[in-house]
Design a protein around this ligand. Structure first.
Ligand SMILES: Nc1ncnc2c1ncn2[C@@H]1O[C@H](COP(=O)(O)OP(=O)(O)OP(=O)(O)O)[C@@H](O)[C@H]1O
Length: 261
């Protein structure tokens, strides 16, 4: 059964204001339809500007699509006031593209991870749940009192992941979770996501422009080009025999694979 159902999703950005009026609107997502099953690990790849982050923001109900609908377990996801989306935030969590910028600099690591649990009124002891989540991403108690500027890029990325997984979401949506990290830390972060998925059955949607990162984690890959999904198949099949010329281009541009999914 489908966990998330996306139907005819389209989105355009409003054209910039110019002296003589407005530039034309920029269509970014063009009538996308797909299903995500519970526990699936799905990669979304494509060149820069193909619409990956916009799609993820729409899936997170952070941007209002022009048309189309998203349903989660059959229930319509309606953009609106944060309170009306509280149920959705409990089951679908997001790790943004730039974790350092997303972490409030004045808060400690412990506070950062516990804060969403309090805000969304999750029935648990926020402190111990936060500690547990941090341990599962390999950050022990010595990190609890640190602030974001006392963390490396890889540690900040893991704090952002801990913050999301402390909620025990059914799905985790991550935008370029390893870009900007060195190869060793990349492999560690991919391992954290794989463990999470295998241990708790958490579904993962991962946006990346580098198909090798997706190949290391995701069993299904969607390839985007100019706001359309041009290929959506098992990753192993795509790697063996890409159908679309754009997929072949991405594969040629990819660095060596981290590890097979
Ligand atoms: N807030 C915005 N206002 C106007 N245009 C935007 C906005 N955000 C993105 N765009 C444009 O929409 C298109 C798709 O952007 P998006 O960030 O979704 O692509 P992407 O595939 O995630 O790219 P990247 O890999 O570089 O992050 C781009 O042409 C971008 O310039």
């Amino acid at each position: 059964m489908s966990f998330l159902t996306v139907r005819d999703l389209s989105h355009s950005y409003r054209g910039a204001r110019r002296m003589w009026g407005r530039a034309p609107d920029l269509p970014v997502l063009q009538s996308l339809s797909f299903d995500l099953a519970a526990g699936e690990r799905v990669g979304i790849v494509g060149m820069s500007g193909s619409g990956k982050s916009t799609l993820l923001r729409c899936l997170m109900a952070m941007g209002r699509p022009q048309s189309g609908e998203i349903r989660c377990n059959g229930r319509l996801v309606v953009m609106g006031r944060p309170a009306s989306l509280r149920w959705y935030r409990r089951v679908v969590q997001y790790v943004p593209q730039d974790p350092v910028a997303s972490l409030e600099p004045r808060m400690t690591v412990a506070q950062l991870v516990a804060e969403p649990l309090r805000r969304l009124r999750i029935d648990c002891d926020p402190q111990s749940r936060a500690q547990e989540a941090l341990e599962s991403v390999g950050l022990g108690s010595q990190y609890l009192s640190r602030r974001p500027d006392e963390l490396s890029g890889g540690q900040a990325q893991r704090v952002a992941i801990a913050r999301a997984i402390a909620m025990r979401p059914a799905f985790l949506m991550t935008d370029e979770p390893v870009s900007g990290l060195d190869m060793t830390v990349r492999a560690q972060v991919v391992q954290v996501l794989r463990d999470l998925s295998q241990t708790h059955g958490t579904g993962i949607v991962m946006v990346a422009h580098d198909i090798s990162v997706v190949a290391a984690l995701c069993s299904r890959t969607m390839v985007m080009e100019h706001g359309r999904i041009v290929e959506d198949r098992p990753t192993s099949e795509i790697l063996k025999a890409p159908h679309h010329p754009h997929t072949r281009q991405l594969l040629e541009a990819a660095p060596p694979l981290v590890a097979a999914a």
